[in-house]
Design a protein around this ligand. Structure first.
Ligand SMILES: CC(C)(COP(=O)(O)OP(=O)(O)OC[C@H]1O[C@@H](n2cnc3c(N)ncnc32)[C@H](O)[C@@H]1OP(=O)(O)O)[C@@H](O)C(=O)NCCC(=O)NCCS
Length: 156
């Protein structure tokens, strides 16, 4: 397994982007931004991470992250986040942010296990007006609110 920068056609990564975000409308808005790291097993891309500049000095956002279903739970997601952290530090970043659904409790655990701290909740970020299906449940919890988490890149 190796993690490396990806500079080829991002269309090939759309299934991974779709795993990370249910809204094709939203994905279309940001898919071409920033830089992408991929995890490769031979020629097969098994995961991706997209790093974008947030627009605030010293701050990057982990905009999209996914590992193929059959490869989840084997430490690859963690390795991708570690590679993102290293890359952001290399670029002089001081803070890395990420957001996910409040309903995605497993994902919230995943990020907190890696040192991310919650700092903001945006109510009703996910719904028909932003391209998400009405009534979607994650583990029985309505997909509705968005949680932002941060990682201080200058500590640790
Ligand atoms: C979230 C995701 C990237 C995690 O990647 P992964 O390779 O499965 O995760 P890892 O195997 O590296 O797991 C690292 C740790 O997080 C935990 N974890 C990962 N996914 C979890 C989940 N859904 N629920 C609970 N814990 C989870 C693992 O148990 C492991 O815990 P440990 O440190 O106690 O051993 C992957 O599950 C995925 O692609 N999900 C679908 C897309 C998605 O939700 N993307 C994030 C949107 S913001």
């Amino acid at each position: 397994m190796r993690i490396e920068r990806y500079d080829a056609d991002r269309g090939a990564l759309l299934p991974l982007f779709a795993l990370a975000d249910d809204s094709a409308t939203q994905v279309a808005r940001y898919v071409s931004l920033g830089e992408i790291l991929v995890a490769r097993d031979g020629e097969l891309i098994v995961g991706h991470a997209q790093i974008v500049e947030s627009g605030r000095p010293g701050e990057f956002e982990l905009k999209s992250l996914a590992v193929l279903g059959p490869r989840q739970g084997a430490g690859l997601g963690r390795e991708l986040v570690e590679a993102v952290v290293a890359r952001c530090r290399e670029r002089g970043g001081q803070r890395l942010i990420v957001s996910t659904a409040a309903a995605a409790v497993g994902t919230l655990r995943f990020y907190q296990r890696q040192g991310f701290r919650m700092y903001l909740i945006v109510q009703d970020a996910f719904g028909p007006s932003t391209g998400y299906p009405d009534g979607r449940l994650i583990d029985g919890v309505p997909l509705r609110d968005q949680v932002f988490l941060e990682l201080d890149l200058e500590s640790g």
